[in-house]
Design a protein around this ligand. Sequence first.
Ligand SMILES: *Cc1c(COP(=O)(O)O)cnc(C)c1O
Length: 254
Amino acid sequence: MTAARQEQLAAGLSAVNQRIEQACARVGRDPAEITLVVVTKTFPVDDVAQLAALGVTDVGENRDQEAKAKAAAAPPWLRWHFVGQLQTNKARSVGRYADVVHSVDRVELVQALDRGAVAAGRRLDVLLQIDLAESNGDSSPFDRPSGAGGEDQTRGVHRSRGGAPLADVPALAEQVGSTSALRLRGVMAVAPLGVDPAAAFARLRTVSDALRAQVPGADWISAGMTGDLEQAVAAGATHLRVGSAILGQRPALQ
Ligand SMILES: *Cc1c(COP(=O)(O)O)cnc(C)c1O
């Protein structure tokens, strides 16, 4: 890696920090309330090390194999956020290096992550990923899912981006509360394609409010990526997950 790459990363990081400051200023928030998670998926561990040298403390990955290798090679003080859809059989591995798992969306995954963290002698912060594309009875027809298991039927339009149905949230929260190694910190979502992110994140905020009534400490809201971080800040996000605005375009297929 070259000095040119370091300059690119520094420029991307400072542009994103500026966007965050401006978004905060518009809605009267303090940028210090917000954690920037730099999503480094598909980029080499050299980039992770350069980002760490630039002051980044939190990095995100969405695949176990890649994340595991990078976490082993990167500066040890970094916090690793797992942000991708997670298979139950990978939970044990993720429990060894992740500090935060953003994508918890089903009971079996809660149990598997707990077993993995216990086996590793670690504690894990977890967020419940919410499917904001799912119809909640009161939403517009644009929010409807594409049908049971058929998430590709509406490819590119109003498609679900993963997560638990809203109705599952109380039971999942209770389940996390009954584990020994997991700590429920809040909610996470990806704005559904084709839906106004401001409306999607406002809805996530209401889910967060309801969850906090059940679990008072679970006040993190992970929302906002390169394309919609301003809307996420306006809706109260505490964690932004930003990749391409800092690292550049990823290859089309990951
Ligand atoms: C890739 C990814 C991001 C970052 O996306 P950008 O648009 O590159 O900022 C954020 N969240 C999740 C879940 C991702 O998979």
